[in-house]
Design a protein around this ligand. Structure first.
Ligand code: PLP
Length: 451
């Protein structure tokens, strides 16, 4: 049955972010059947430790039947109603109120969508509406960063800073500027971290000055870049970027799609870095992936001109504030709160990952280890070993990732690194297992390349 399913998938299913020729060469996808806690099972009966929480999203872990019960109850009561044209419903009202209580201070209004990409598209439209309402429509430039990932729609892909996302005509859209990331391994190795923070923040200011501050609308950034490779900025970077935004009166957008809901050891990455954003976008951990839902939170400054303007804010999705998704998200937030998962990340997961993975920093294949809360990167250094120097970029990490799969650990290769973002419920024993599997896979690949 499993082989027939794999063949059907090959015949009919177009996958996101997948090399379909490679998929065919492998005889089809690995088919995941169920999950419990941090564990997944596939149709071949293999058990895998999900070191990536799906796609950085299953914060409360798999197998939460209470979320299923909430969804069922809501489907039976009110499966759908819209929030357009002066209507609302209980789940979306309760979720809005709950969220504003958890967000950094001052973000009192929430707009809902279905994905992180839509949330970032929405943020872009909000920003442009804002400056237009203020009579400054020429303020349209958005400053973003290389290696950033903000989603896959035309606008979100444009905001993102990965060149692979800009490979079709018309993308990036005009008026998006990308500056260097605060990625010391790439461009600040020789510098004191404090100095590098200054240098990387200066890139932001230089881009603003080059565009003309009177043309710049907003800066967007993930507190810690996730898909770009868990790029943890040096201390002082965010404070400087925030000061620069203030100096030129530029709106600051935090993309909390990955960092939100406990991942960095606080409810939001903005709190970890003491950022006071004007706009926050979120998705993923908002429902722990149990339902597709995303949100954009805005403060008084951004919302005031919109609330005061006559006529409609002409933006929204059929499923904005979907009642089932909202009910599930609300219960998910209750679980995070009730089980103290943010504290668990702060006090237990963060230190255990830092210590466990930190021990691998001296491994022959490893360049550096970065961790913050429940996110981590193990950056390999092909320069370390003669056998790896001439390999095309990414080969080594892909090899380690594939071996990890075979040994029961899901991780993801980003350039020459491996990234981790396990469910927040992970225990210290499970972290030890994660580190053990990775460690033995690194040994095995090191032995292969040394031959
Ligand atoms: N922003 C960040 C930081 C992300 O990591 C992602 C997805 O990985 C997105 C936005 C896009 O979210 P979605 O895939 O739900 O559209």
């Amino acid at each position: 049955a499993s082989e027939a399913l794999r063949q059907q998938d090959l015949d009919h299913h177009l996958h996101p972010f997948t090399d379909h020729r490679q998929l065919a060469a492998e005889g089809g996808p690995r088919i995941i059947t169920h999950g419990e806690g941090v564990w997944l099972w596939d149709t071949q009966g293999r058990k895998l430790l999900d070191g990536m929480a799906g796609l950085w999203c299953v914060n409360v872990g798999y197998g939460r039947h209470e979320l299923g019960r909430v969804a069922q109850r809501q489907i039976n009561r009110l499966p759908y109603y819209n929030t357009f044209f002066q209507t609302s419903h209980e789940p979306v009202i309760e979720l809005s109120a709950k969220l504003t209580g958890l967000l950094p201070e001052g973000l009192e209004h929430v707009f809902f969508a279905n994905s992180g990409s839509e949330a970032n598209d929405t943020a872009l439209r909000l920003v442009r509406h804002y400056w237009q309402a203020l009579g400054q429509p020429e303020r349209r430039v958005i400053v973003s960063r290389r290696h950033a990932y903000h989603g896959s729609t035309i606008a979100a892909a444009s905001l993102g800073g990965m060149s692979s996302m800009h490979d079709i005509p018309g993308v990036p859209i005009p008026d998006v500027v990308h500056v260097g990331a605060p990625y010391a391994w790439e461009s600040g190795k020789a510098m004191e971290q404090e100095h590098f923070a200054e240098v990387a923040a200066r890139w932001v200011e230089e881009a603003i000055l080059a565009a003309g501050p009177e043309r710049v609308a907003a800066f967007i950034g993930e507190p810690v870049m996730g898909a770009g490779g868990v790029i943890v900025p040096p201390a002082g970077y965010w404070q400087r970027v925030q000061d620069i935004c203030r100096r030129y009166d530029i709106l600051l957008i935090c993309d909390e799609v990955v960092c939100g809901f406990g991942r960095t050891g606080n409810w939001f990455g903005a709190q970890t870095f003491d950022i006071r954003p004007d706009i926050v976008t979120m998705a993923k951990g908002l429902s722990s992936g149990y339902q597709p839902i995303s949100a954009v939170a805005v403060g008084e400054r951004v919302v005031a001109p919109l609330l005061e303007r006559p006529g409609r804010f002409p933006h929204g999705f059929t499923y904005s504030g979907h009642p089932v998704a909202a009910a599930v998200a609300l219960e998910n937030l209750n679980i995070i709160e009730r089980e103290g998962l943010v504290e668990h990340v702060h006090d237990t997961v963060g230190p255990a990952l830092a210590t466990g993975l930190g021990r691998l920093a001296d491994h022959a294949l490893v360049g550096e280890v970065r961790t913050l809360g429940a996110m981590a990167a193990v950056e390999l250094n092909p320069e370390n070993m003669p056998g790896t120097r001439d390999l095309p970029s990414g080969t080594l990490a892909t090899r380690v990732r594939n071996l990890c799969f075979e040994h029961g650990l899901v991780t993801r290769a980003v350039r020459d690194g491996l990234v981790f973002a396990p469910p927040l419920v992970i225990t210290t024993d499970e972290i030890a297992t994660l580190v053990d599997i990775l460690s033995s896979c690194l040994d095995e690949v090191a032995a292969q390349v040394a031959e």
